[in-house]
Ligand binder design. Structure first.
Ligand code: AKG
Length: 312
């Protein structure tokens, strides 16, 4: 696989960033985030995994070595309950708001950035094919305006055998690509059908960030190491552009809420921060209210009603 092209945080210029993203669909920035900030989130996450008895007690939780025979992933109920604890961490939500990252994202999207409030944590057990995320575009899952960017942040050094993300360079130029859904838990683009130039990849270290466009096709590499791969991905856009409101709320049946998420937080600074930003929704609140009455299935009507209630 061709190696990532990389920029260094020490000499970033708006024009270089724009050129990288426009030509390749991604930019890898080395040493952007303070390593201690990333490692402190890792410590919080691995403490939860250790308490859940996922990790071998003989080693430091920061080493992320799973107990023999243990491997969980979505949609396993055990995975969901442990993931919920990770999602509730204040440090997990604070990482995307790090000043250095905000500045870079402002260079890319403009001064009025919206940090999508629901980062995703990846807790990837080694040597477990069913947990490998296949090729897709994030726009397929997030909707709204395709001019948003994902930032992939490993919480530890991630050499190729530990399963970092890889990118189909230039694929953002091919518009929305066809995702297959039949018999799949998560839709994906068949690897041979994905349009783009070369697949690129390589080691991504703690402190590095991999930024890519919502239409850039990407996939995880298999984790062939003896450790869990733990990363966070989050999304940024110009706050003036439309947003799919489901990116702000919890539309599933899990009973998640922001109040539950915030229950153990020390500071109020990041609670509901997006409520003070004027946003334009697509679908609009009026459309969602109509869908809550008219959508074909009962489960879809309930889902839309949940979104409407949380936007109130
Ligand atoms: O980290 C992974 O395994 C997948 C991440 C991903 O697909 C994303 O950030 O959109």
């Amino acid at each position: 696989m061709k190696a990532f092209h990389e920029l260094h945080a020490g000499n970033l210029r708006r024009g270089d960033l724009r050129e990288e993203i426009d030509s390749k669909g991604y930019v890898l920035i080395r040493e952007l985030l303070p390593r201690h900030a990333v490692q402190s989130v890792l410590a919080d996450v691995t403490s939860i995994l250790s308490d859940a008895s996922w990790l071998t007690p003989e080693s430091d939780p920061l080493e992320r070595i799973p107990k023999a025979g243990v491997a969980f992933g979505d949609p396993d109920p055990i995975f969901k309950s442990v993931y919920q604890q990770v999602f509730n961490l204040e440090s997990f939500h604070a990482l995307p708001h790090q000043t250095a990252l905000r500045k870079v994202m402002q260079m890319l999207v403009g001064d009025q950035i919206l940090v999508h409030p629901k980062p995703i944590g990846r807790l990837i057990f080694p040597n477990c094919d069913r947990l490998v995320v296949h090729a897709h575009q994030d726009y397929e899952f997030m909707g709204g305006d395709p001019e948003f960017y994902t930032v992939w942040i490993p919480l530890h050094d991630c050499p190729v055998d530990m399963g970092p993300l890889r990118i189909l360079e230039g694929s953002h130029r091919f518009g929305v690509q066809q995702h297959q859904r039949e018999n799949l838990h998560v839709p994906e683009i068949p690897i041979d059908a994905a349009a783009g130039d070369d697949w690129v990849g390589g080691t991504v270290n703690a402190g590095d960030v991999l930024i890519f466009h919502s239409l850039t096709v990407h996939a995880a590499s298999p984790n062939a190491s003896d450790r869990m791969r733990i990363s966070l991905d989050c999304r940024f856009q110009d706050a003036h552009r439309v947003l799919n409101p489901s990116n702000l709320v919890f539309s599933g049946e899990s009973g998640k809420s922001w109040e539950k998420t915030y229950a153990g937080w020390q500071s109020d600074n990041l609670k509901f921060y997006w409520k003070s930003i004027p946003l334009t929704f697509n679908p609009s609140k009026a459309e969602l209210e109509r869908l809550a009455e008219t959508a074909e299935s009962q489960s879809a009507r309930t889902k839309y009603a949940r979104i409407v209630n949380q936007l109130a």
